[in-house]
Design a protein. Structure first.
Length: 312
C-alpha cells in the first residue's frame, strides 16, 4: 500500500521483507514506504518483528526475501553503504559507561573515520545540550541523559535517516518531551525518522504510523486514518467505582474489549446496537454517565493486539 503523492522521494522503500530464525518467522512480507523528511512511528506488541525489520533496514541483517531501498541503496546488495548514512539507536544503552560523554563521542567518531573529529564532537555536544556534562562518566548519567548522549552518537556522522528503537523507554516525561522536540527539529531540517514506541502520546506525534503484529503490517496511516479504518465503536462509562462493571461487560455480545483509563471505563466493539444492549442494564444505575465517544488510539491498539484480530 503506497499512499504517497506521485514524485515523492522515499528514504525507505521496501516491499515483501521476510526474515526467519530457524522455524520462527520474525518478519513476514513487510512493506514500508517512508517519504524523506517525515517522522513515522513503528508500533506493535513485543515480539512482533519491529526490531528485526529495523535491523534489516539499516544493513545489520540480510533479508531472506524482499526488495527495495533505504536512503537510495539496495537493502540486499548495498548494506555497507546504508550503514554509513543511517543513525541507529538501539533499545539498550550500548556505549561505554566507564568513559565520559566526550570520550564516547570521540570513539564513535574514530570508528566512522570522520574528518575534523574534534570539531564534530564539539558541535554535537553543543547541539544536544551536552557541553556542560561532557566530562561526566556515561555510567553516572540518568536515563534521560544517556538517551541524549546516544542520540548525539547517532548524529555525529550526519546521517540521512534515523532508526530509533524504543528510544524513550524508561525515561521521565520531561526527558521524553525534550527528546521529541529535538526529533521534530531534525525532521524540519530534512532528516527522516522511523521510531518504535509503546507510548500512545508519542505515536500521535508522528506524521504516520505503521502497526505490525506477528511479523505482518496490520494497519498504517495517520492517527486519524488508523482510528477510522478500525471500525471501532466506543462508549465511555463514568461514575464511582466503574471498574466493578468489567466482569459484567467482558464477553457480553458485541463487546470486544473493556479497558479502564483514568476514571472512565472504555467499552468497544463493532456493532453499535449490540454495545447499546450490553450497556442498557447500567443506564438506570444512579451516578453513572454513559456516552458514545470517538475511539482513542489506545482503544484501537488494544483491539489490534487481541488474538482473534492477529489471526484474522
Amino acid at each position: 500500500m503506497n499512499n504517497a503523492t506521485p514524485g515523492t522521494a522515499f528514504a525507505i522503500d521496501v516491499r515483501g521483507l521476510k526474515k526467519r530464525f530457524g522455524k520462527k518467522i520474525a518478519v513476514d512480507g513487510v512493506d514500508i514506504q517512508v517519504p524523506e523528511g517525515e517522522v513515522w512511528g513503528f508500533l506493535g506488541p513485543n515480539g512482533s518483528g519491529k526490531t528485526t525489520t529495523i535491523r534489516m533496514l539499516c544493513g545489520l541483517l540480510r533479508p531472506d526475501a524482499g526488495e527495495g531501498t533505504c536512503i537510495g541503496y539496495d537493502v540486499l546488495r548495498e548494506p555497507e553503504k546504508i550503514k554509513r548514512e543511517v543513525g541507529y539507536m538501539t533499545q539498550k544503552f550500548s556505549y561505554w559507561e566507564d568513559l565520559s560523554i566526550r570520550e564516547n563521542l570521540d570513539f564513535v567518531a574514530r570508528v566512522y573515520g570522520l574528518d575534523n573529529r574534534k570539531q564534530r564532537v564539539q558541535d554535537t555536544l553543543k547541539r544536544l545540550g551536552l557541553s556542560e556534562r561532557q566530562n561526566q562518566l556515561a555510567g553516572e548519567l540518568s536515563g534521560g541523559w544517556k538517551q541524549r548522549m546516544a542520540l548525539a552518537a547517532c548524529m555525529l556522522h550526519e546521517p540521512r535517516l534515523l532508526l530509533l528503537d524504543e528510544p524513550t523507554a524508561g525515561v521521565d516525561p520531561q526527558a521524553r518531551r525534550d527528546f521529541w522536540e529535538e526529533i521534530h527539529l531534525l525532521s524540519r531540517e530534512g532528516l527522516t525518522v522511523l521510531v518504535t514506541t509503546h507510548y500512545m502520546d508519542e505515536a500521535e506525534r508522528c506524521d504516520k504510523i505503521v502497526y505490525i503484529s506477528a511479523g505482518r503490517v496490520v494497519t498504517r496511516g495517520t492517527v486519524r486514518e488508523v482510528i477510522e479504518q478500525s471500525g471501532l465503536v466506543t462508549f465511555v462509562i463514568g461514575g464511582p467505582d466503574v471498574r466493578r462493571f468489567i466482569p459484567q461487560l467482558e464477553g457480553a455480545p458485541g463487546v470486544e474489549h473493556v479497558a479502564f483509563f483514568g476514571a472512565l471505563l472504555h467499552v468497544s466493539g463493532y456493532d453499535r446496537n449490540l454495545l447499546s444492549a450490553a450497556l442498557a442494564p447500567l443506564k438506570n444505575i444512579s451516578g453513572l454517565e454513559i456516552s458514545e465517544t470517538a475511539p482513542s488510539l489506545e482503544d484501537v491498539f488494544i483491539d489490534l493486539q487481541r488474538p482473534r484480530r492477529q489471526a484474522a
